[in-house]
Write a protein that binds this ligand. Structure first.
Ligand SMILES: Cc1ncc(C[n+]2csc(CCOP(=O)(O)OP(=O)(O)O)c2C)c(N)n1
Ligand SMILES: [Mg+2]
Length: 362
């Protein structure tokens, strides 16, 4: 059991030149010009959805937004390695994964506007809704993957989590059971270097991927800003778990280029110089350079992709603003499937409060 590569796997350098990797280049040998352009399109669209959501929050149309700026390749690359029947357990930042799973962009924002308690039916797209309890999805994913294992289902399960989540007991417990039960689960850590204001060096004094070894889980580090490398290693990991070899752990090295959420100000705890280093490793720019190097990028393609991204963003904005504000008492619905005395009491109390408020107002 070991970390499967000495260096993080990279297939595209920041300047857009390809890296020939004996083991991993062949995992993406089917990615020709059309597929490469499709990956580029998804990266651009996902970034556009994200920037529109940030703008909507700044304009008071969302309560909160969790930007993914900088993490597009880690999400788009890994999501492209999955089949329809595979199941994704996300944290709260996986807009790119949700988009690639087929979630309509207009279904991504309602929760963040406070207009609904969940965004989509998880079973329609085989991806969970955003979950705020850091690390909890590791356990949920392990349980689901164990069920799939017992059913003999030919699927892979993937759990996305951050560098900060690796310090949570939930993730440790998930790795223990995933390993001893040999479940078909890919642990996908997006090490974006920060857990709000806490740097990854406070989470671990060893590379996060090395921690998996102690649980008996093979692992690998990948350049998380390289969409082809992420696609290649995730395909390898998915194949590994699907073939019944137990879980696999991927550490994708990336960077959160924006704030933790729209409530955060990263200039309070990190330097502009650090941001500049990572800007030079921009995940979209390097695919663009690769396409340019290989004669696959022209102004017609660029404006077509930009027009598509802008049109998705415009639809997203219109759909979000048109969302109806739910009646306050509906928040008590669907908490339990059967009547619950304590909740009924709270609901009645809140109804009285609302009624009093109306009397005062009138
Ligand atoms: C159990 C729990 N503890 C604390 C928090 C508050 N919290 C929200 S996000 C976050 C940092 C998570 O960092 P990381 O796992 O690196 O993910 P990232 O936000 O960087 O994607 C914390 C501490 C929470 N939501 N849940
Ligand atoms: Mg983080």
């Amino acid at each position: 059991m070991s970390v499967k590569s000495t260096y993080p796997v990279q297939l595209i350098q920041p300047d857009g030149r390809r890296v020939l990797n004996r083991e991993y280049s062949k995992m993406v040998s089917d990615i020709g010009p059309t597929q490469l352009r499709q990956l580029y399109e998804d990266l651009v669209v996902v970034r556009r959805i994200d920037s529109e959501a940030t703008a909507l929050q700044r304009q008071g149309e969302l309560s909160l937004w969790v930007p993914l700026l900088g993490q597009e390749a880690a999400q788009v690359g890994s999501a492209h390695a999955l089949e329809r029947d595979d199941f994704v357990f996300q944290s709260y930042r996986e807009t790119g994964v949700a988009y690639c799973r087929g979630v309509p962009p207009s279904d991504i924002l309602p929760m963040w506007r406070g207009a609904t308690l969940s965004n989509w039916d998880p079973y329609e797209f085989n991806i969970t809704n955003p979950g705020i309890v850091v690390g909890s999805q590791g356990l949920h994913a392990t349980g689901y993957a164990y069920g799939a294992h017992l059913d003999g289902a030919d699927i892979a399960v993937i759990a996305y989590f951050g560098d900060g989540a690796t310090s949570q007991g939930d993730m440790a417990e998930a790795m223990v059971f995933a390993s001893t039960w040999s479940v078909p689960l890919v642990f996908f850590c997006q090490n974006n270097q920060w857990a709000i204001s806490v740097p990854v060096t406070t989470q671990s004094s060893t590379p996060l991927a090395q921690r998996a070894t102690g649980y008996g889980i093979p692992s690998i580090q990948v350049d998380g800003n390289d969409v082809l490398a992420v696609l290649a290693v995730t395909r390898m990991a998915v194949q590994h778990v699907r073939e019944g070899n137990g879980p696999f752990y991927i550490e994708a090295l990336t960077y959160r280029m924006g704030p933790h959420t729209t409530s955060d100000d990263p200039t309070r705890y990190r330097t502009q110089a650090e941001l500049e280093v990572w800007k030079a490793r921009d995940p979209i720019l390097r695919v663009r350079r690769l396409l340019e190097n290989e004669g696959l990028f022209d102004t017609e393609f660029e404006s077509r992709i930009q027009a598509k991204a802008d049109s998705i963003a415009a639809d997203l904005r219109a759909a979000t603003i048109a969302l109806e504000t739910p009646a306050p008492l509906t928040m008590f619905d669907h908490v339990y499937s059967t009547p619950h005395a304590f909740l009924e009491e709270e609901k009645a109390e809140y109804a009285r409060y609302l009624a009093d408020g109306e009397e005062v107002a009138s």
